[in-house]
Design a binder for this molecule. Structure first.
Ligand code: IPE
Ligand code: IPE
Ligand code: MG
Length: 256
């Protein structure tokens, strides 16, 4: 069985609150410790040759949390951008945020847009934060975009993909969720169609570069079949093969 390159890895960075509570600390302490882990995972993803890393930092549902917690999460995003800006630029990383950031403080929005612009042409790791993000909202956005530009037309899978917040990220090859829960919590619903899923008990503040590298190595060896009984390299190839076979099978059945 051949090993395969994982192009796009997505991570649900979960378990901060429980990590802190278990230590008798306020939940925000977990967010602070958790956010200090992000840079090392980004660096390792880059070192491993991953093309895109998408990190779930704040969901549209997380707005339901107390303001005191939400405010800390905003501040930590700002701190990350300020701290990592130079390193991101130096390493030719392309930085982007997907989601609705319109309610973030103006200063943070300006920092985000500036870094997005400065790194827009970078060819290195595509580092994307999902912030104020919801997978269903992204799909509704995509369909509305399409309707606006193509009134009265039917939408195809390719069209929908092209109208996502960031089409060039492509399908997710591997989704990792820390914190022990086995669910996707409204993350990248479209892009996860054939992703490998890996759930670890480790809470995000304890997640290490070595565990990340072990998971990547483990999943790289998994066989992905995309519905076929042989080996295909991606969903696109599997869908083309399926369509060709469908026509053949229907001919043999005398359907067409
Ligand atoms: C993940 O940690 C970070 C965000 C959702 C912002 P949680 O805050 O959800 O931590 P737990 O799951 O309650 O432990
Ligand atoms: C998912 O974690 C969102 C992020 C990690 C940003 P949650 O803690 O919000 O998800 P649920 O509530 O366990 O589904
Ligand atoms: Mg959680």
């Amino acid at each position: 069985m051949s090993e395969q390159q994982l192009n796009h890895i997505a991570i649900i960075m979960d378990g901060n609150g429980r990590w802190a509570t278990m230590r008798g600390r306020p939940r925000v302490w977990g967010h602070i410790r958790g956010s200090s882990k992000v840079a090392s995972i980004v660096e390792e993803a880059d070192r491993l040759g991953i093309k895109a890393l998408t990190l779930y930092a704040f969901s549209s549902e997380n707005w339901s949390r107390p303001f005191s917690e939400v405010r800390v999460l905003f501040a930590l995003l700002k701190k990350f951008i300020c701290h990592e800006r130079e390193r991101i630029i130096r390493n030719k990383i392309r930085f982007k945020i997907i989601g609705d950031i319109s309610e973030l403080p103006q200063g943070t929005q300006d920092l985000i847009h500036d870094l997005e612009q400065v790194t827009a042409h970078h060819q290195g790791l595509k580092l994307t934060f999902a912030f104020g993000y919801g997978g269903r909202a992204e799909l509704v956005h995509a369909v509305n975009q399409f309707i606006t530009h193509n009134p009265g037309q039917k939408i195809s899978e390719k069209d929908l993909n092209n109208c996502l917040y960031c089409p060039d990220l492509g399908d997710v090859d591997l989704l990792i969720r820390t914190g022990g829960d086995c669910r996707v919590s409204n993350f990248l619903l479209w892009q996860l169609a054939y992703a490998e899923l890996y759930f670890t008990e480790t809470k995000w503040p304890d997640f290490s570069v070595s565990e990340f590298a072990r998971i990547v190595d483990f999943v790289t060896r998994r066989e992905r079949r995309f519905g076929t009984i042989g080996e295909v390299s991606d969903l696109n190839e599997a869908q083309k093969l399926a369509e060709k076979n469908r026509v053949n099978i229907n001919q043999q059945l005398g359907m067409h």
